[in-house]
Design a protein around this ligand. Structure first.
Ligand code: SF4
Ligand code: SF4
Length: 201
């Protein structure tokens, strides 16, 4: 297999793994957010955020692979009357934002608060420095993907998947088990809660 063919198949595998991971994160996040988002009168989605997917060569491939039914509209982006139509390929910022009603209702003790924060940063973490110093969403030309670092992206997916299993347990009320330190690879514990969180780590 020549270099170009081998890079193309590495990218196809990464698109698959990324999309599958994002779907797991999305499904878990929606369990918390759906009751609020489905009744929300000030939906925070904006076509400008949606456009980030189309600007990113990698996310465009994720959408083609997992959300080919979705149609982008200049005024509403990927949003339909029933919510976002992308099952994968959403810009990471869409996972980062949690409005106050959601955080207020879901989060109780510091460990839950931290777990929710880590959960919101998982997709962002995967794409960090994937192409030189740039995030995956900043790779806007098809040729940028030739410079993708498959080893780094794979390592970040490994880290994010490990952290996801732990935060899912915490948020589901299960004991987090071993390896909770893996969360600090995704997000630094907030300073005020450090002591309490370190006690459970
Ligand atoms: S995240 Fe909050 S502001 Fe955004 S749609 Fe859901 S409930 Fe509304
Ligand atoms: S969640 Fe979907 S519809 Fe909302 S801003 Fe993100 S991509 Fe657009």
């Amino acid at each position: 297999m020549d270099l170009i063919t081998s890079m193309k198949s590495a990218i196809a595998l990464l698109v698959d793994r990324y999309g599958q991971f994002e779907q797991r994160v999305r499904q878990h996040t929606e369990r918390w957010c759906r009751p609020f988002c489905s009744a929300c009168r000030r939906v925070c989605c904006q076509a400008g955020f949606c456009a980030e997917t189309r600007e990113s060569s990698f996310l465009t491939r994720v959408v083609r692979r997992f959300s080919s039914h979705s149609v982008f509209s200049p005024s509403n982006g990927w949003l339909s009357s029933t919510g976002c139509t992308l099952v994968a390929g959403r810009p990471p910022v869409c996972y980062e934002f949690l409005c106050r009603p959601i955080t207020g209702a879901v989060l109780g003790d510091p460990q839950h608060r931290y777990a929710m924060h880590v959960s919101s940063m998982l997709v962002t973490h995967v794409g960090k420095r994937a192409i030189g110093g740039r995030h995956l969403v900043e790779a806007t030309r098809a040729a940028d993907l030739d410079r993708l670092n498959p080893e780094r992206l794979t390592a970040r997916l490994d880290e994010a998947e490990k952290a996801f299993r732990i935060v899912a347990d915490i948020l589901d009320g299960q004991p987090p088990g071993t390896g909770i330190q893996a969360l600090s690879r995704i997000a630094t514990p907030p300073r005020n809660d450090d002591q309490e969180i370190r006690r459970v780590m």
